[in-house]
Design a protein around this ligand. Structure first.
Ligand code: ZN
Length: 210
């Protein structure tokens, strides 16, 4: 094996084995926690849906939750920006998820930044009981501050994936969600009209102007 063959082998081990799906035949005692983070328009929900659909194809029992606060499009669907939908259950608190988690193999939680601080404990409890938990959420708020329970979840998770948007001003990779309207509230649920993804350089330029 030469160097390039070894590098390809290494790449396969890292990338292809990172999210080994549960094997239904194997009786794994413990589950685990995966976190998908990024800015607005980074494709977090698409990635969550992709993983959940694969679990479904494997005939695993999948449940999806989202905070009741996130009512952008539909009361019950997890809807990503490219309109992939998955039926989900809105929850008022993270502990509510435990009530619905009986006999479930995989649990998806979308927009997790809006859930309460118990979410880390809830995810650990689920994973310890054998559930694969996949959490998606914004890692930073519109001012670039770590958002809600997400930093905590990133610490306790086995796997963390940070996805990026494209900067609306220069085309670089973006990881800031810049709010384009004047509103100091932490939660403003809106779409293209209220936010733009920006890279660090463009985000700093905008901040310096204000
Ligand atoms: Zn930029």
């Amino acid at each position: 094996m030469d160097v390039s063959q070894f590098l390809i082998f290494l790449w396969r081990v890292i990338v292809e084995d990172m999210f080994l799906e549960q094997d239904k035949g194997k009786n794994t005692r413990k589950g685990w926690v995966e976190v998908i983070v990024g800015s607005m328009f980074s494709g977090k929900t698409e990635e969550l849906i992709r993983r959940l659909n694969r679990a479904r194809i494997a005939k695993l029992k999948v449940e999806i939750f989202k905070p009741a606060i996130d009512i952008r499009y539909d009361q019950e669907d997890v809807v990503s920006h490219n309109e992939n939908t998955i039926r989900s259950t809105p929850v008022e608190s993270s502990e509510q998820i435990l009530l619905y988690a009986n006999n479930v193999d995989v649990i998806g939680i979308d927009e997790a930044q809006f859930l309460d601080t118990q979410l880390g404990d809830v995810c650990n409890q689920l994973a310890n009981s054998g559930v694969r938990v996949i959490v998606a959420g914004l890692d930073m708020d519109f001012q670039g501050r770590p958002f809600g329970s997400i930093p905590h979840l990133m610490a306790i998770a086995e796997y963390v994936t940070k996805v990026h948007a494209i900067c609306m001003r220069c085309g670089s990779l973006a990881h800031f969600s810049h709010r384009t309207i004047e509103n100091k509230n932490l939660v403003v649920l809106g779409e293209t009209e209220s936010y733009e993804p920006l890279c660090r350089e463009c985000y700093c330029k905008v901040k310096d102007k204000n």
